[in-house]
Design a protein around this ligand. Sequence first.
Ligand SMILES: [Zn+2]
Ligand SMILES: [Zn+2]
Ligand SMILES: [Zn+2]
Ligand SMILES: [Zn+2]
Length: 223
Amino acid sequence: SYLKVMDVPFFKADGQQVTADNVRAVMRKSHMATSFTLVNSPWVMRNSRCADTATVWFDVLDSQSGATAKCLIGSSFQFGPASCFVRAAHSHSGIPLCQRCWHWGHSTRPCRSQAPRCPRCAGPHTEASHCDHASCCRGNPSVKPSQELTPAGAPCLHAMCCVNCKGDHSASDQWCPFWHHRFDQGWLAEKLAPLDLWEAFQEISQKTAEAECKGRRALGRHH
Ligand SMILES: [Zn+2]
Ligand SMILES: [Zn+2]
Ligand SMILES: [Zn+2]
Ligand SMILES: [Zn+2]
């Protein structure tokens, strides 16, 4: 079940920003600690660019009936002097992956990239035209051993280069470590530019709010 903690102070007593690890620590110390298990790392999203509060999304293991969520909703976690209440939330699918430029942090519609990129080789062409444009698939008799032209319609069997991690897989491949870490705010903060991460959070907040709006009546029936 997806839940959120409202109005968590964004700055700690020492002036530092609250992190997912801080949230975990608060949750561990809570009297409710033994009654729930986190599915993945909580998300901390500042409520606006200048707000001194944040919303924390978290996902807990739950039964079909949502018994764990029911017991948590309406309870509170203590962040310093602030008691922050738990509410029902709508799921989010982690940080978005653009299927145009294959970067993480925005979805396809708001993509500002000049040209589509190829998820197989990061070149400035679509995946469909990879074999026509990628240097690996164009024949090259001058290198030893000579490189053969990939016949029309045949798949590229050459090494791939993921645009995000440089690994030998397509950027769309779920083996890419970004897929595994798409809910892991700490990990993402090391890999993405702060502005990209901020935009990603905005997009997630907005989508989650829209989904919550739509699902409010359904949720009302459950809780
Ligand atoms: Zn993009
Ligand atoms: Zn390509
Ligand atoms: Zn190739
Ligand atoms: Zn990758």
